[in-house]
Design a protein around this ligand. Sequence first.
Ligand code: C2O
Length: 454
Amino acid sequence: MRALPTTDPRSLMRQADIHCAFCNGAYNQLGSTNKLQVHFSWLFLPWHRWYLYFHERILAHLIGDPKFSLVYWNWDNQANVGGNIMPAMFNQQGSALYDAKRNQNHLPPVLNTLALSDLGNTNLTNEQIIQDNLNVMYQSVVTASTPDLFMGKKYSAGDPEPNIGGTLENAPHTAIHAWTGSDKETYLEDMGNFYSAARDPIFYAHHSNVDRLWAVWNTIGGRRRDHTDPDFLNAQFLFYDECGDMVRVRVEDALDNSKLGVSYLKVNGDKLWLNFEPQPLSATTTTTTTTTTDVTPKSIDEIPELGPSSPGKSATNVDKKLVSLAKRPTVIPQELLDKGLAQEDLEEVLVLEDVQVPRNVASHIAVFINLPDADANTPLSIAEYVGSFINVPHFAGEGMDMSMRSVIVRFGIKDNLRRLGITDPSTITVTIVAKLGGSESVPISVKGIKIEYE
Ligand code: C2O
């Protein structure tokens, strides 16, 4: 793939450009002046599955081994001999799998951080990183109990740039991009920016694991099933196949991995996060290495309530952190009742509305409930942590706002509420802790905070 000329769509450079074309506003959607974007919505998982499928078929064809299969980098594996380091096979100079544009401070045996928790506190012990990673996985995969939460929301033909990605995309997936890319490059190339990410062969192993985790989520049960909306099933993409011919594929045909000849072995390390039991901070002070300076909750009347977003409302700067009250919902919307959902099937979703993040800066937020004193040093392994959002720097297409991107960030919090023993109070506190990479000049802001049934 590396040796092929760039006139060949199967060359590594052209393969990487396919990713760029679908992610940086290179093309308009068919019949629309709106750009095509395969991140930040329900298209994220199926598009990348098809991308890997053709990448694998091309490699198999080029080496004349139809049985060839891509490897996955199971960065979620926190077992002793785990995948939570950069895999050795990608780290040998001179190998076709090597890429010099990687963060040289993150070579083995440095553990990866699935919500970049080490940006706030670079003295984290390996034990704490492992516990944090397990809870990031638990919150991003297990407690994301609906398709909207886990896969991301609807994005249909003609829609403008989507802005509601799923929890797997928003946290561990983007964290691995930013963690792997070189901190010496302006935009964290290669892995840390969508335009260059797929130039690094580790990209395909990274995304194979994203794909595997989608398959694991499908097995957990409850409401964790793929979207069934025809706009999802009928979405189509173009790829080059192993002969270099352009082919058109549909989302629906990617939903059953066995039809693509793909299957994943059961990984024992999954159990560590599938069965993770985060404890409330008060119950874990002996195991936390970095306690916040003051864990006494402020009096609740000192904390403002940001409330839901509304037209004309101005945004509030998060700066390093923002604490707000949020009311829990009391009425179940008719549309959920109409779906025949019982009360116990309903998820409570914390929604951060119109979060403005600088497009070209690696930034992230971590969100806690009922822990007003949470800060950049608060461990992520606790029951108060509901999840993270990490922005991978990327460019916008022509005519789009290059500077800021508005996103809606959603977390399922029912499991957290149960673990914290919150049954009665109708109001909880929400703490957003924000960190910006680069020159910390553009603050993240948020327009609304609400909790809704889903
Ligand atoms: Cu298309 Cu990991 O991004």
